[in-house]
Design a binder for this molecule. Sequence first.
Ligand code: CP3
Length: 343
Amino acid sequence: MTDKLILRALKGETLPVPPIWMMRQAGRYLPEYRATRAQAGDFLSLCYNPELAAEVTLQPIRRYGFDAAILFADILLICQALGADLWFETGEGPRLSTITTPAELAALKPAHAIHDRLSPVYETVRRLSRDLPAQTTLIGFAGAPWTVATYMIAGRGTKDQGPAHALKAADRATFAALIDLITEATIDYLSEQVKAGAEVVKLFDSWAGSLKGQDFTDFAVKPVAHIIAELKRRHPGLPIIAFPREAGQGYIGFAKATGADCVAIDNSVSPDWAAAHVQRDGCVQGNLAPHHMVSGGPALVEATRAVVQAFRKGPHIFNLGHGITPDADPENVALMIETVRKG
Ligand SMILES: Cc1c2[nH]c(c1CCC(=O)O)Cc1[nH]c(c(CCC(=O)O)c1C)Cc1[nH]c(c(CCC(=O)O)c1C)Cc1[nH]c(c(C)c1CCC(=O)O)C2
């Protein structure tokens, strides 16, 4: 169905009005999300409940008519499928058992063993591909290996990814073997999402910005390039979005180096800079600062117009530069969409 706007932009078409969706569009800023999450009990139970996960995925589509729905799940589910313990501390974030030694790495499951645990996610995708409106594109996703590894090594989110950098320096073989394991598991995971009905997949590399120089090439570019090449071999024509968040200069040439059809841009770079240096290689996604969803008003309208204006001469998918935050006002999301669609 190439008439879907997101798929047209991903093929490189410049559209008069950019299609739009929003990172974390199903989330705590929406009262209906909070109600369904309470019904599920907790966040992980919601991720593994196909009926309720499909329901929260659909909520922002019903409310706002976004052009894409993103599967409701989390990048850390794959860690659990590989055998790590995973839980979420209320108000704090994810906690995992840590992988810092060859023995802990060896105790993980092989990549092909992830599907038992992840089969409810594939069922969510099947339900969504059946229930979504005809014009809405279904996006599947996974974390990129480096970002997933930072959580598996530290056992939690960290400001500077210190534990992962430390393991990379102290025991490069173990670190590289963990990256390889996550890479292989991610290929199988995304491939199953595509078989279940995902039309596009996105790789979230939230901590790509902390990799510098050769490390950026080795761990933000190479594993992502490998995943993309293998997915495109298995699923010819599959469009892929890569998000090497806060890559800065690393955004330049990232699409060519990895084979991604679209590079998602965070809001630490200006839309004009990204148009000049990244969009010349193809579709870009982004990059309104999420704080506008909290503050709203004329500044939101002005910043939204500036993003649309900067990217209007090439293929563009409108999005935020990072996920919407729980304190956002749902009315501001409506104002952003109206501004994008009506100018
Ligand atoms: C690093 C990362 C994670 N998860 C994700 C990333 C990469 C993108 C990014 O940088 O934000 C990706 C993610 N997480 C979630 C989605 C679903 C799809 C979407 O709506 O975008 C996606 C694509 C749901 C979620 N994942 C999480 C929530 C909030 C959970 C809740 O309901 O309490 C949601 C809706 C929890 C989560 N999950 C993660 C953290 C650090 C946290 C805690 C912080 C927080 O609460 O925002 C790991």
